[in-house]
Write a protein that binds this ligand. Structure first.
Ligand SMILES: Nc1ncnc2c1ncn2[C@@H]1O[C@H](COP(=O)(O)OP(=O)(O)OP(=O)(O)O)[C@@H](O)[C@H]1O
Ligand SMILES: [Mg+2]
Length: 829
């Protein structure tokens, strides 16, 4: 049960700010006001607050009162199943974004998004959405006509919608779709009981085969085990024979080696005997005395050869010395001849220089001294004359200036200065001449002095050259004497050396003559010595060879014995061929048998493995077949369940449809009797929801035969009846939007009375005017205000009833006596 406690609207459509607080404990509340003031806006706001829906699906932003600023909100407070719920919705922000807020028993719920809030409300009403809410709790004039006048199909749809059957139809449709899907799934699913049974049989067969294969394998394994032992014995025997063959081979090898040794030893003994024979022959005559005598003869021969060689060497040396001395003597004589020539030249030069020295005068220095003194005197004289001349020249210049006619300021005290001037000039000329003479003389004296000085220098050079020539002469003399003495000496020496050489030559010639005999003797002595020495060596080796031969003989005898023994051993170790071949054959045969049995065992094992695999395959096949069967069974069950659901829903729906007309007819019959004050006693809906009414005379006629007003009453009765079926015993809100439009006062009163009698309903009625306010417990006026928007004012039914409306009402229809506003309405400002 839902009961509205208040609806607050701010800036919604035509309303500026209003709070509607209807009666909550069973009374009827009326919303009064002129056309277009905002009465239905309250219902629109209520629906928006509850479900977020707007009329005709316009956007929520269209709810904002045009020209208004600030908040837009609707706050609905209501009680549902004993719990107080506050739903607030509105627009906020620059873009008028919708928001929602839900408070349950004073605790704000976290619903978040708008959609979540919508879902929260629908859930709270037990899946009742906006359409259901309208069907159950709201009666609007618009729908009423369609309930009786619409085409059959539309009417039926409308009835079903208002009765909530369309929701059921949807559920049936969904269930049918699910049923079809389940059927399709089942049809497409593989698997069957036969298939599963066949798979099980296959598995059994495979298991039996695997068991047989295992037994075969075990038998083959046992056979292999038994034959393995025989093979081990054959192997052992064969290895024994093989070891013996190997031992015989080794003994034969040893005997061969020993025989080889014996042959070698015998050869060595023969060789030693031959060597002894040879050495015995070679050692004849090899005594120590013979060797000594041969050695002495050789020494003598060697001495003779040495002397011979020394004599020839001495001859060569002496000849060379003589030749060298002769050459030095020649060189010394040539040097002596050169020294004599040099002496002769030096003597001539010394004589020439001596002559030149005697030709130079002895007083040359004195002459030079006198010439220099005369030049000095003349120099002095020239100086005096130069002074005199300059003095005279100065005087003449001074005097000439004084007597110059162009000098007006000059004057002289002399009577005739020209005469004095002439005298001075003459004296000057004379001095000049004397000077020139003195200069010439001085130059002559100087030249003479220079010539004398040159003469003196020349004389000194001559003297020096003479002295040098004299010394040269002395030296050349000494050298010549010395060279001659040396030449004499060397000559003597050369002669002596030639003498010696000649003597050495003579001796050498004698030695050459003797040389042939000496060499022959030497060679004979050497040969004798070599013979004697080798014979002695052979004699020494003979003893050694004898010992060796003896040893070889002994070794050869021992080797013969050893060879005989080794041959005997080898013969003893020999293995008969038959035995060896037999052992080999036995081993091969045993190996082959084992090999064959082992192959058989492997084959059996492979067979068993295959059989096991086959078992696994069969198991898988069986599992799959069973799984398919299970899935199929599950799908079949699902299909059955879906079919059952669909059938149940369908049955239920059909039942609802079948019962809807009679049930509505029943409730509507009750209502129509009261709303028409007994003129009509029943309403009957057929299967097509076509209504027929029966009047108080018992006559039944289709609703279309009725007057417009009567038709409206029937429609209203049907509509309220539908609502009653929805709300059931629970009651609660019944919001009526202008239900009495086509009714006269009496009719309206009767209808109101019927409504008032509905049990447990909170009736809010939008009344275009205050036509039936005498039946209303609380009147709320919607007051227009162009500037601030319409608002709600509480009022008594009589005060608010406009005169114009009252004028049209039959006085008798009005039941006197106002219904006083309750305390709450009085408190509304
Ligand atoms: N967003 C809006 N802003 C301002 N006015 C609006 C807005 N939307 C609708 N209206 C106006 O609000 C007025 C109230 O409309 P409403 O349906 O509530 O009137 P009413 O009182 O039920 O009138 P009637 O008796 O004719 O049914 C109308 O005149 C309508 O044109
Ligand atoms: Mg309206």
């Amino acid at each position: 049960m839902i009961t509205i406690e208040s609806v607050e609207l701010v800036n919604v459509r035509s309303i500026g700010r209003a709070v509607v607080e209807p009666l909550v404990d069973g009374g009827v509340t009326a919303l009064n006001g002129p056309r277009g003031v905002g009465k239905s806006t309250v219902l629109i706001g209520l629906l928006y607050a509850l479900f977020g829906t707007t009329p005709d699906g316009v956007p929520a932003q269209a709810l904002r009162r045009q020209g208004s600023e600030g908040e837009v909100k609707i706050v609905v407070t209501f009680v549902h199943d004993g719990q107080r719920i506050v739903l607030e919705r509105g627009l906020k922000g620059r873009n008028d974004t919708p928001y929602a807020k839900v408070t349950l028993n004073g605790i704000e719920q976290t619903v978040g998004k708008i959609k979540a809030a919508n879902e929260w409300v629908i859930r709270r009403f037990g899946d009742l959405d906006a359409t259901g809410f309208l069907a159950a709790f709201v009666v609007r004039q618009k729908e009423l006509d369609a309930l009786v006048k619409a085409r059959a199909a539309d009417r039926r749809a409308l009835f079903e919608r208002l009765a909530g059957i369309d929701r059921m139809s949807d559920a049936v449709k969904t269930a049918r779709a699910e049923e079809t899907a389940a059927k399709t799934t089942l049809e497409h699913l593989p698997g069957s009981a036969e298939e599963a049974a066949a798979a099980r049989t296959d598995l059994q067969r495979a298991q039996e085969h695997a068991a047989t294969a295992w037994k075969d394998f075990e038998a083959a394994s046992a056979a292999v085990g038994a034959e393995d032992q025989a093979l081990a014995q054959a192997t052992e025997h064969f290895e024994d024979v093989t070891a013996r063959v190997r031992a015989h081979q080794e003994a034969a090898q040893t005997a061969q080696q020993v025989e080889h040794h014996r042959v070698l030893t015998a050869e060595r003994a023969q060789h030693a005997a031959r060597e002894v024979d040879r050495l015995t022959a070679a050692s004849a005559g090899g005594t120590a005395e013979a060797v000594h005598a041969a050695r002495a003869a050789l020494t003598q021969a060697q001495q003779a050869v040495a002397e011979n060689q020394a004599a020839r060497a001495a001859a060569r040396t002496a000849t060379a010395a003589a030749t060298a001395d002769a050459r030095r003597a020649q060189q010394a004589q040539a040097a002596a001849a050169r020294a004599r020539t040099a002496l002769t030249a030096a003597s001539a030069e010394a004589d020439k220089q001596a002559r030149l020295t005697t030709a130079v005068p002895a007083d040359l220095p004195q002459q030079l001294q006198a010439a220099n003194a005369r030049a000095g005197e003349l120099q002095e004289q020239r100086g005096v004359l130069r002074g005199e001349y300059q003095r005279l020249e100065g005087s003449i210049k001074a005097l000439s200036a004084t007597v110059d006619p162009t000098c007006p300021t000059c004057s002289t005290a002399l009577a005739d200065p020209q005469e004095l001037l002439q005298t001075l000039r003459t004296a000057l000329d004379r001095v000049r001449e004397q000077g020139v003479t003195a200069k010439a003389q001085q130059e002559q004296a100087a030249e003479r002095a220079q010539a004398l000085a040159a003469q003196i220098a020349q004389a000194q050079q001559i003297q020096q050259a003479a002295e040098f020539a004299r010394q040269q002469h002395q030296a050349a003399l000494a050298a010549a004497q010395e060279a001659e003495a040396a030449a004499d000496l060397l000559q003597a020496e050369a002669e002596a050396s030639a003498q010696d050489a000649r003597q050495a030559q003579t001796r050498a010639e004698a030695a050459v003559a003797a040389e042939g005999g000496v060499r022959t003797a030497f060679e004979a002595a050497s040969a004798r010595l070599r013979q004697a020495e080798s014979a002695a060596e052979a004699a020494a080796a003979l003893a050694q060879a004898l010992a060796t031969a003896e040893e070889a003989q002994t070794a050869a005898a021992a080797a013969v014995t050893a060879a005989e023994q080794a041959a005997a051993l080898a013969a003893a170790a020999a293995v008969p061929d038959t035995e060896r071949v037999q052992a080999q054959a036995m081993l091969t045969a045993a190996g082959q048998r084992v090999q064959e049995l082992r192959s058989a065992m492997q084959a059996a094992q492979a067979e068993h493995r295959l059989a096991e695999q086959q078992v696994k395959h069969s198991e898988m096949a069986r599992d799959q077949a069973e799984l398919r069967l299970k899935n199929r069974a599950a799908a079949a069950a699902e299909y059955e369940r879906r079919t059952a659901v669909r059938e149940a829903l369908d049955t239920f729906r059909k039942d609802r449809i079948a019962r809807l007309a009679p049930e509505v007819s029943e409730v509507a019959t009750d209502l129509i009797a009261r709303m028409t004050s007994g003129r009509y006693v029943s309403i009957e809906l057929d299967e097509e929801f076509t209504a027929a009414v029966t009047d108080d005379t018992g006559q039944t006629r289709p609703v279309t035969w009725l007057s417009g007003g009567e038709e409206s009453v029937v429609a209203f009765a049907l509509r309220v009846a539908l609502g009653e079926l929805w709300a059931g015993q629970r009651g609660g809100l019944l919001f009526l939007d202008e239900p009495f439009t086509a009714q006269d006062v009496a009719s309206r009163t009767a209808m109101m009375a019927a409504i008032r009698d509905l049990p447990n309903r909170q009736v809010i009625i939008i009344n275009h005017a205050s036509e039936a306010t005498d039946m209303v417990d609380l009147v709320l006026n919607v007051v227009p205000d162009d500037e601030t928007g319409a608002r709600i004012e509480g009022a008594s039914a009589f005060i608010e009833m406009p005169e114009a409306v009252l004028a049209g009402i039959d006085e008798d229809d009005l039941t006197p006596g106002p219904i006083a506003s309750d305390d709450r309405s009085a408190s509304i400002p």
